[in-house]
Design a protein around this ligand. Sequence first.
Ligand SMILES: Cc1cc2nc3c(=O)[nH]c(=O)nc-3n(C[C@H](O)[C@H](O)[C@H](O)COP(=O)(O)O)c2cc1C
Length: 337
Amino acid sequence: MAGGVNTPQLVAAVSNAGGLGSFGFAYSSPEKIDADLKASTALLNQSHPKRINANFFVFQEPEMPSLDVQKQALTDLKNVTSNHAIAIELPKPPYIPNLEVMLEPVWSHRPEVLTFHFGLPPQSILEKAQALGIQVGVTATCLSEALQIEAAGVDFIVAQGIEAGGHRGLFNPNQPDQGLSVADLLKELRPHVSIPVVAAGGIMNGHDVHLVLQLCAVAAQMGTAFLVATESGASPAHRRYVLNQHDRGTQFTKAFSGRPAQGILNQYMTHMKDKTYLPFPVQNTLTASMRKWASEQDNGEYQSLWAGTAYAKARALSVEQLMQTLHAELLSTKNSS
Ligand SMILES: Cc1cc2nc3c(=O)[nH]c(=O)nc-3n(C[C@H](O)[C@H](O)[C@H](O)COP(=O)(O)O)c2cc1C
């Protein structure tokens, strides 16, 4: 989970409890990636010193709209935040980070797993990872993306259902989204793909894990369930909304980053419904100062509160307690079925 949620403490605690802790390095600098990998490695049990997943976005160069449209997006954002003293400017190029540069610390730390969101990484990166013994996974939201992933020689698929919090892993956000639930997606993939599939979306307890394992998944990827874990780096407002604001529900919005992402409904999402926004990830850069300000003010109405549809089922436990609970629930569901 990008955005500071996945602290080294969270990642290491998940791996030490028998899972695979993941870092969302989408927008991180190489220095931060290096420091996080170092810090988590120091916390890992020495019986599995590399049990980490490093996750990256596959950025496409954005097609920038005319300057008038850019100015409109700036004006809309300024209007939404007009009661607050936030300095907002139009972003300047380069608009996307350099994936090759971001991956340099990964090649030296060699975590066990490397995953990508929003499409396939360049073939050279895939081959380099595999040559170093790193397993590579890529997110799919539909069968056609899964088939492209398998054909490229990737090791496993992360099948992301519409329930999932955060960004939709669509290869092309301008194409229609089939919006498949994780169960329907797994059923659709089962007869057509032969590489392992990891299920993601709305998996909150051991019973949910059992359901996806029954449907052909080899593992479950959980985000929202760990947002309120003791070791999570989620902001205090993010935690509060996950734990207490269950009537709001979640919605997809492009207003924070320019790509569809699911989070708990707040004022910013409501205000921006019919407004202008810039393509991904320029809108993310444009909204950065607003999100930073909201976080400093402990204001949940202007932060991206990414969460999946089942966020009301999140439990505020330590990672160790949560992992033990998940394990016990999985065993008892297995034994009773
Ligand atoms: C706060 C948050 C941030 C996320 N960031 C990323 C990310 O950086 N990369 C990624 O591949 N998926 C990201 N996701 C999606 C998760 O990988 C996963 O698909 C999702 O959490 C599973 O659904 P769930 O949230 O219902 O458990 C994020 C999800 C959340 C809730």
